[in-house]
Write a protein that binds this ligand. Structure first.
Ligand SMILES: [Fe+2]
Ligand SMILES: [Fe+2]
Length: 418
């Protein structure tokens, strides 16, 4: 099978969309900030490369919020600017593809009066950070339900009031220029179509590059709750292992790994109290929990090149007998990849340690999986394959989960920063 290519632009957009799930109160916040930041960078005559960096930094400027207290809304988190920026920068440093953004994000929440004291070497990232800082303020000030052009004077006066205490003089001049163009404000309200027009380029990622990017994305998802950290990595390793045993190609195994890493991306929206609830969920809690599979599907299926993986990942709660959710698909419509993900998900969920319970041992786990196969929920042949290779797959899962747990602990913000 030929190597898969995925649009970087779509992948980043999907990621931004996923970040928006964290707080449904502010829609498309990251896209808006990115759009405005791109306008400012253009007004400052930044070269293309730096415009892109500013743009992507703006998209991900709030990424640190996943490591912080989930009881807070995005608006409240914006009140803890330094901690948020540092948490984001330390996360980004761990990703090969995104490490370049870390200094920019780190500088993106600081007032100019503080930032100008930073070392000379950080001059450019600092300026890009300042662009994001101002764009963030604009996006938060702009009220969605009011006519945008009637808000420009007010936003201008807010920016002018804090002036150079908060913003770099060059960025303030660029703001004056950009704010004078009606189209910018109207664009901000006309979403999400504008987003793609302004995404600087559309590079296509190789399968290997996408794999690395998704490992990073999945570590972000897991940060939603330390209790679920390690889950995605375990599902990814199990799914790839099962795929190999089932005779799938190496490229397909890599795709299964990506699907495993992303299958629960929709959980970014699930309230922490539900994710971490030790006991059984009530019916209404379970209904809220169920939304994550749908959100994963929506987010992933919009990425060109990711269609197959999106299917495998987002159908992980479908069951062969039609009793799954949200689509209630049945047997023959569920591909081998989707069936593998479903088995890998149940297997990982029951064998993982959680703070309130130990993971099941071999006998108990096999009993659960066989029970599901008997009910016609999970594929009997895949459950049999897993049972035959139990020790090998169990070791793969545990190793991947432990490694993810290690990475998670390493990138937690230091206590005094949190
Ligand atoms: Fe799930
Ligand atoms: Fe899962």
């Amino acid at each position: 099978m030929k190597e898969q290519f995925v649009s970087l632009r779509d992948a980043v957009r999907a990621f931004a969309g996923a970040m928006n799930l964290i707080d449904s109160e502010i829609s498309d916040h990251h896209e808006k900030v990115a759009y405005f930041a791109y306008q400012l960078a253009t007004a400052l005559d930044f070269p293309e490369r730096e415009r892109k960096l500013t743009f992507y930094g703006a998209l991900l400027h709030d990424v640190g919020s996943v490591t912080m207290d989930q009881g807070l809304s995005l608006r409240e988190l914006e009140q803890l600017p330094r901690a948020l920026a540092r948490a984001g920068a330390s996360l980004l440093r761990r990703s090969e593809a995104l490490a370049r953004l870390s200094d920019i994000v780190e500088a993106s929440q600081s007032p100019w009066r503080k930032l100008k004291l930073a070392p000379e070497a950080l001059l450019r990232p600092r300026l890009m950070g300042q662009i994001i800082h101002l764009s963030d303020a604009v996006a938060l000030l702009l009220k969605e339900k009011e006519h945008p052009l009637n808000q420009v004077e007010y936003i201008r006066s807010c920016v002018a009031q804090v002036g150079e205490r908060e913003f770099h003089p060059q960025v303030l001049r660029a703001f004056e220029e950009v704010a004078g163009r009606e189209v910018v404000w109207l664009d901000l309200q006309y979403r999400p179509e504008i987003f793609l027009d302004y995404v600087p380029d559309d590079r296509w990622l190789t399968l290997e590059e996408m794999k690395r990017l998704t490992e990073f994305m999945s570590s972000i998802i897991d940060f939603r709750s330390p209790f679920t950290a390690m889950h995605s990595a375990g599902v990814a390793a199990t799914a790839a292992g099962l795929g190999r045993l089932a005779g799938m190609s190496e490229a397909e195994q890599a795709m299964l790994r990506i699907a495993g890493d992303l299958h629960d991306i929709g959980k970014l929206k699930t309230p922490r109290a539900i994710l971490e609830k030790p006991g059984r969920l009530t019916e209404s809690e379970f209904n809220i929990m169920k939304e994550h599979a749908y959100d994963s599907f929506r987010i992933l299926s919009e990425v060109r090149g990711l269609e197959q993986i999106a299917d495998w990942a987002a159908l992980h709660h479908e069951k062969l007998n039609g009793s799954g959710y949200p689509f209630h698909l049945k047997g023959e419509t569920l591909s081998l990849g989707s069936r593998i993900l479903a088995v890998a998900d149940v297997f990982s969920a029951v064998t993982e340690d959680r703070p309130y319970r130990k993971g099941m041992d071999r006998e108990a786990a096999i009993q659960v999986l066989e029970g599901d196969a008997d009910r016609g929920a999970l594929s009997r042949s895949l459950v049999a394959l897993l049972t035959r290779h139990y020790d090998e797959l169990s070791a793969l899962r545990a190793e991947a989960s432990d490694a993810a747990g290690q990475r998670y602990r390493e990138s937690l913000p230091a206590p005094e920063e949190a």
